[in-house]
Design a protein around this ligand. Structure first.
Ligand SMILES: Cc1cc2nc3c(=O)[nH]c(=O)nc-3n(C[C@H](O)[C@H](O)[C@H](O)COP(=O)(O)O)c2cc1C
Length: 374
């Protein structure tokens, strides 16, 4: 397809798009999105896990009209997926999250904004029109700061808070370390901090986004390794928004999530960027679905690359999925137009996969159409 504005021939395969992204941006940012932690075994397993399961399609059902949508916590996901929270997007394209937010709005795809965005959550919201948005929170060591971000998210129209719980510390990302590349240390994920009244009140003077001392203070407070389940009470006491946990992989943690009144879980290993050697998301899904028993929605990310992956995740118990790296490659290649291209292709692929599975509605997809490879 030729893009009319940028005259870019976008490929229709994620592998080719990834290749194009590697040629479009510097090695540091490309490696940052492309790599995983450690030996990258979890990164690979996330994708290969989808090949361990086969769809067994049904035939001669009328599939002339199709509805791929799902309702999650009052939000319509028109194609049963949302944009995953991805931080520091300005390292991929100067417009960063503003470009991906506009592309999401163009295709009406729900958007999850990261705490570590290059633009503030208010600026991102302003580019989303009426498109549903959730806010992903890295629960800071500074509790008042975390709660201030939640309040700002409420005011900017975000309708759920996604707390990422797999990031007590940053994973050991060997390729980034080899490149000596850390976007956080370059201040690329600072916008939400530099727009926060609580964070600003902690600084003596007017901050500049490239002041190493200010960046150091941000990096210091992003993650909170001392968080426990009881801390969830604090956030539940401070917001009426639904709270989801992102990064749940163990079924006992799914049970605890229910116990602590969490409103949804996101089965994720952060795209193989945190603990290398940990279970792939798809492999973890069935036992979590068994515990959750439909009491709260389950979302899944890590390894979602095409429409049939969405069908497989749905069949194994997810209500919806999140799209991560593929949209970032689109952003790197062509900014907003590149993300639009990825979303358009993905939405089409989901629709075709639903029809060829033999269903006219995503709601019909269940475990009867999936089998584990022998
Ligand atoms: C470049 C990059 C930045 C990310 N930043 C965040 C983030 O700020 N917060 C978060 O919860 N997850 C973050 N993630 C994880 C994604 O939300 C998602 O879990 C992951 O991309 C899924 O794996 P996949 O893209 O391989 O499918 C990031 C992922 C990538 C690739």
């Amino acid at each position: 397809m030729t893009n009319s504005i940028l005259k870019i021939d976008y490929p229709h395969s994620i592998q080719l798009l990834e290749q194009m992204a590697s040629e479009s941006i510097e090695k540091g940012p490309f490696t940052y999105v492309n790599s995983g932690s450690g030996a990258e075994s979890t990164l690979r397993a996330n994708v290969s896990a989808f090949e361990d399961w086969h769809i067994v399609p049904r035939v001669l059902n009328d599939v002339s009209k199709r509805d791929a949508s799902t309702q999650i916590l009052g939000t319509t996901f028109p194609s049963s997926f949302a944009i995953a929270p991805v931080g520091v997007q300005s390292i991929f394209h100067p417009d960063g999250e503003l470009a991906s937010a506009r592309a999401a709005a163009h295709h009406d795809v729900p958007f999850i904004a990261s705490t570590l965005s290059s633009y503030s959550l208010e600026e991102v919201a302003a580019n989303l029109g009426n498109t549903p948005r959730w806010f992903q929170l890295y629960w800071s060591k500074d509790v008042e700061l975390a709660l201030s971000m939640v309040k700002r998210a409420e005011e900017a129209g975000y309708s759920a808070i996604v707390i990422t719980v797999d990031t007590a510390l940053l994973g050991n990302r060997e390729r980034d370390l080899t490149n000596g590349y850390s976007p956080l240390k370059l201040g690329k994920g600072s916008a939400n901090y530099l727009h926060d009244p609580v964070f600003l009140s902690r600084l003596g003077s007017n901050p500049s986004s490239d002041d190493p001392d200010v960046i150091g203070k941000i990096v210091d407070v992003i993650f909170n390794p001392s968080l426990t389940w009881d801390d969830l009470r604090t956030i539940k006491n401070h917001t009426n928004l639904p709270v989801l946990l992102k990064g749940v992989l163990h079924e006992e943690d799914a049970r605890k999530a229910l116990h602590y009144g969490v409103d949804g879980v996101i089965v994720s290993n952060h795209g193989g960027r945190q603990l290398d050697g940990c279970i792939s998301s798809l492999e973890a899904l069935p036992s979590i679905a068994e515990v959750i028993q439909g009491k709260v929605p389950i979302l899944l990310d890590s390894g979602i690359r095409r429409g049939s992956d969405v069908i497989k995740a749905k069949a194994l118990g997810a209500n919806a999925v999140l799209l991560g790296r593929p949209f970032v490659y689109g952003l790197a290649v062509g900014g907003e137009q590149g993300v639009r291209h990825v979303l358009k292709d993905f939405i089409h692929d989901i629709d075709v996969s639903l029809a060829l599975t033999g269903f006219s509605s995503m709601i019909q997809v269940d475990q009867s159409i999936i089998r584990k490879k022998n």
